[in-house]
Design a protein. Structure first.
Lengths: 322, 335
């Protein structure tokens, strides 16, 4: 408890320093743009739109061009709608290339967990898109840098991610493009669904093995819900949260027929493998444990990743079968 | 003096019987609570079979070590807290003030960061080393030019803050290691016999040391001058007590993360039950800690059944009302 509050105090200090920088920087920039803004005032007033998001309403003028995205699914959405984000929060060097399938020019604005407000403000963005789970607490600070919308991505369902996509379309003033892309997405998913025979009773467990815990993606997770929608049953149906930590006992009891496994760390996995119970799991007995890509299955989210996940899942489950 | 000792003795016996019954029931509940239904008959019938069933395997390799480990770390943490409160004469002292948790956390995070290929079994030793490091850092600074209670508390807090801030910083800049925070928050849901084997010798050593020091600690509580006047070797007792705290606290943190509250409250409750003779307090604390962690771990499995909650949340939830009840009861007795 006390650890947390102490940490928060340091956090406050850091933020106030960052804010001070932000204030100075925006102060420098604003005098130049004032005249320009005045001349275009009437034209832009017509385009002033109020975007509803998870933490309230934000007024956005015109078509934002300099957008900072603090989650991968937002980067994907922007890219799909023809906007290259100027700033992206990410952890690994390869993240953005892996997500979009090609290299793009952008400025790194720190990690998703701890974006650097100073860097964001130097980019002079006209829109910032943050995640409800990670960036709720810095919403006010972000709002002071540029109009900010907070949407659901992390720990959110597939449907919630789709509605975040729609909201991004509104924020960019590209409702039509967004709608078209969603129609196309639905068509792609429906097409992929045809590869998946109805009535397969196998249950699938999506599990991320970490050093000390197995984090399972239930039917309410992004990938879990997506796969349920195309007819692939999840082994964990009644979890209140999208992801749950489960023990070996629970794993054995819920007994998945197939395991899609992400091995972030082999410590716990190798420990479990030594327990005779591991071989009692149907998926292990039938040799239906498959390694999948952690980035694609658990980190990226977004439309393109959803399409890839369904493709991979149906390939693993059906084309490899005799 | 004679009468007082007798009442203490009677209440000690009563308390021990109570705690033993409670612990037995708690262990029973712990062994038979979980997502898999395991009837007692299955366990008894299949115990000696060559090919055990799934149920028996769950019982033997998951439920049993978990129950044993819970009781063990409960005893460790409670006794560490009792020692801590005795040598600092501060009822709010706990192993955390000794830099034990913070040291263990930091060294584990460092190990994951710079030695990514080490297995979990080894990780536990790093945690233990870190606990010792944290503890002895505090000891080292606090003992220079005479150790006082205030100094221990201040140095302990400063070291705790420093180590914690380094850990947090490392986690912020290396997001992939944030996974380890689950372990740090305290849980015994993944207990194995390996964990039990790892901490058992340390627990025995620490508890024996605590029991050996108990007599001196009773005098210690009266104050430094009195203790010195009664012929106590203050420095030696204090050093040995600190070593026991580091061993008990460190071993527990190493396998279960930081399960809070036990070391703070159980000794308090023990003193209210059996008086201030530390030979009794340490003994009752060990039982009491085992009882509390065992029950907390059962409740942790039930709060959001079939999913698990961290046992640390439950220890706080269970402990607070218990503490309030005791405080009120004591108040009424005084009137």
């Amino acid at each position: 408890m006390s650890k947390k509050s102490r940490f928060r105090q340091w956090g406050h200090l850091a933020w106030s320093l960052a804010l001070a920088c932000a204030v100075v920087l925006t102060g420098c920039g604003s005098s130049e743009t004032k005249n320009q803004a005045a001349s275009q005032d009437s034209a832009q007033a017509a385009q002033k739109r109020t975007i509803k998001h998870e933490l309230g309403e934000t007024e956005i003028t015109g078509e934002p061009k300099r957008v900072v995205a603090l989650e991968f699914s937002f980067v994907d959405a922007l890219w799909e709608l023809g906007v290259t984000p100027v700033g992206i929060a990410h952890e690994k060097e390869t993240d953005v290339e892996g997500l979009l399938g090609q290299k793009i020019e952008y400025t790194s604005v720190g990690t998703r967990q701890q974006p650097n407000l100073e860097v964001i403000s130097t980019l002079k963005p006209d829109l910032i898109i943050g995640d409800l789970n990670r960036h709720k607490d810095i919403y006010k600070e972000l709002q002071k840098i540029a109009p900010t919308i907070i949407l659901k991505s992390r720990n959110s369902t597939y449907q919630e991610n789709l509605s975040s996509f729609t909201t991004i379309g509104e924020a960019l003033n590209k409702q039509k493009e967004a709608e078209q892309r969603l129609v196309k997405h639905k068509a792609v998913i429906d097409e992929l669904k045809k590869n998946i025979p109805a009535g397969d009773s196998r249950t699938v467990m999506l599990g991320v093995f970490r050093a000390d815990s197995l984090s399972a993606h239930g039917a309410k997770s992004f990938d879990g819900e997506l796969l349920e929608m195309v007819g692939i049953k999840n082994a964990i149906q009644d979890a209140a949260e999208p992801t749950v930590k489960i023990s070996l006992e629970q794993m054995v009891q819920w007994d998945p027929d197939v395991i899609f496994l992400v091995e972030a760390d082999d410590t716990l996995l190798s420990e479990w493998k030594q327990n005779p119970l591991w071989n009692n799991i149907t998926a292990v007995k039938n040799k239906e444990v498959y390694q999948v890509n952690r980035d694609l299955w658990t980190r990226y989210r977004g439309l393109k990743s959803a399409e890839k996940i369904v493709t991979e899942a149906s390939e693993i489950l059906y084309s490899k079968k005799k | 003096m004679m009468t007082m000792r007798r009442t203490n003795k009677r209440s000690l016996v009563q308390t021990c019987i109570c705690l033993t019954v409670l612990l037995a029931i708690g262990l029973w509940l712990s062994l038979f609570t979980g997502v898999a239904a395991i009837p007692l008959q299955t366990v008894l019938k299949q115990w000696s079979l060559a090919e055990p069933s799934k149920e028996l395997l769950i019982f033997q390799t998951i439920r049993l070590p978990r129950a044993v480990l819970g009781a063990l770390i409960g005893a460790n943490l409670a006794v560490a807290g009792a020692l801590m409160q005795a040598i600092t004469r501060n009822p709010l002292a706990s192993p955390q003030v000794f830099g034990v948790n913070a040291g263990a956390s930091l060294v584990v995070v460092l190990a994951i960061l710079f030695l990514p290929s080490i297995g979990s079994a080894n990780l536990i030793y790093f945690a233990f080393a870190g606990a010792i490091l944290g503890g002895f850092t505090v000891l080292g600074f606090a003992s220079s030019r005479g150790m006082t209670n205030l100094k221990i508390a201040l140095v302990g807090m400063a070291v705790h803050l420093l180590l914690t801030s380094i850990t947090k910083g490392l986690i912020i800049y290396n997001e992939h290691i944030s996974d380890v925070m689950f372990w740090l928050s305290g849980s015994i849901s993944g207990a194995t016999w390996a964990d039990v084997r790892m901490i058992l010798p340390w627990s025995v050593l620490g508890l024996a040391l605590a029991a050996g020091l108990a007599g001196s600690l009773s005098v210690f509580r009266l104050g430094e001058e009195v203790a010195m006047g009664l012929g106590q070797k203050i420095v030696v007792v204090r050093l040995l007590a600190c070593a026991a705290i580091v061993i008990l606290g460190g071993a527990s943190v190493a396998v279960a993360g930081a399960v809070g509250f036990i070391g703070l409250m159980i000794p308090h409750i023990a003193r209210k039950l059996v008086g201030t003779d530390y030979r009794a307090v340490i003994f009752v604390s060990a039982w009491g800690g085992a009882v509390l962690v065992t029950y907390s771990d059962v409740v942790a499995r039930l709060i959001s059944f079939p999913f698990e909650s961290p046992v640390g949340i439950v220890t706080a939830l269970l402990g607070t009302p218990f503490f309030l009840y005791l405080a009120r009861k004591k108040g009424r007795e005084l009137v």
